[in-house]
Design a protein around this ligand. Sequence first.
Ligand SMILES: [Fe+2]
Ligand SMILES: [Fe+2]
Length: 192
Amino acid sequence: MKSIEEIREDIKKELTPKRFKHSIGTMEKAIELAKKYGEDIEKVQYTALVHDMAKEMSKEQLIEYCKRNNIKLSKMDKLVPDILHGIVAADIATKEYGFTKEMHDAIYYHTTGREEMTLLDKIIYIADKSEEKTRIGEYAEELRKITKDKGLNEAILFIIDNWTIPKSIKEKKIIHINTIYARNDILKSIKE
Ligand SMILES: [Fe+2]
Ligand SMILES: [Fe+2]
């Protein structure tokens, strides 16, 4: 596998300065969470760094990439184009950098979450929304506080209930079924 520094340079070329900054911020936050929750630092570092590497591609380019690479998209996936950059980034990271299936999946599901999220899934998902370099404002502050005080599951529930779902409703966008699966599953874990 390429070194973190090499991948960092690749990413820098792909992304706008703001997105690059966000990627570095996500990596730093993911490392912080990995230390706290006992996840492998290197694995988290690589995964967080590349999670948005396909974010500058248009919806058409993303769909075209999936077609060319035989990546199956469900009807729902096509109706929620916001998730496509994760699906494509997961594939690129696997092919170009030799990412494992576990790392692939954490990138693939970083926008929606999924049922039975792994520790890596949770760390990437939360770090993406709570990193300190570009996620500023009241919502991000509250999310960081919840993550610190109440833990990963409460943080995920907070993101879905206060960001993902309200935003979809406000913009009259379809809510991806994986968001609902993630929410129900997390809620179940919290109540158990
Ligand atoms: Fe993303
Ligand atoms: Fe991101």
